[in-house]
Design a protein around this ligand. Structure first.
Ligand code: 6OG
Length: 182
């Protein structure tokens, strides 16, 4: 199911949609090959998450004030891996609240999308080295520590909450199915 911006905003009625004055909004886009057996992840080349594989994305409104969630997702995929995804080809799947209670400015509410269509050629950027992985063999030891609990659910919509410890481990997590038809 494809969701427009209105539908994304309706998520605000869910139980733990965060206070956006304190919590940044982010995006993550999983690119899936046409056989749906391989997933493209990017190896982060710089910043705090250097050496970590992740889907493509970033903070909403970080570079362009007032941009929408979908615009931000499209922009980050282009910047990080060089391809153009049409907003209508972004399949909204899940939303996850990442909480860092020991830090004052790190909480993020991330909208997760899957796309299996794009135009242009996948290429490495200054920020990310793209690598295809068999979806049954993702490099969990080099991913964010909570990813192993939730990533496979991106094909079944859910609302997630993950609380991280000061040491970077997962203190607790909670995943609730999302009924996107309502
Ligand atoms: P910057 O704009 O700060 O990164 N992101 C996470 N991704 C995963 N898989 N797990 C997390 O657990 C994450 N926290 C943030 C969302 C923002 C990007 O990083 C993602 C954005 O795509 C804590 O470089």
């Amino acid at each position: 199911m494809h969701l427009d911006e209105d539908a994304l905003v309706k998520l605000a009625r869910l139980p733990f949609f965060p206070d956006t004055s304190r919590t940044r909004l982010g995006t993550l886009v999983f690119l899936l090959d046409p056989s749906k057996k391989k997933l493209l992840l990017g190896l982060k080349k710089r910043g705090g998450a250097k050496g970590i594989y992740n889907a493509f994305g970033g903070k909403v409104g970080d570079k362009i004030e007032g941009e929408t969630i979908l615009d931000a997702a499209v922009r980050e995929v282009k910047e990080e891996v060089g391809v153009k995804v049409e907003p209508s080809d972004l399949l909204f799947r899940s939303a996850i609240l990442f909480l860092f209670p020991h830090l004052s400015d790190a909480d993020m509410f991330v909208y997760v999308f899957v796309a299996d269509k794009w135009s242009g050629k996948i290429k490495e950027s200054d920020e990310m080295k793209p690598v295809w992985f068999d979806i049954t063999r993702l490099p969990y030891e080099k991913m964010w520590p909570a990813d192993r609990y939730w990533w496979h659910l991106v094909f079944r919509p859910f609302l997630g909450k993950v609380v991280f410890s000061p040491e970077g481990g997962v203190l607790e997590y909670n995943l609730t199915s999302l009924d996107l038809e309502t």
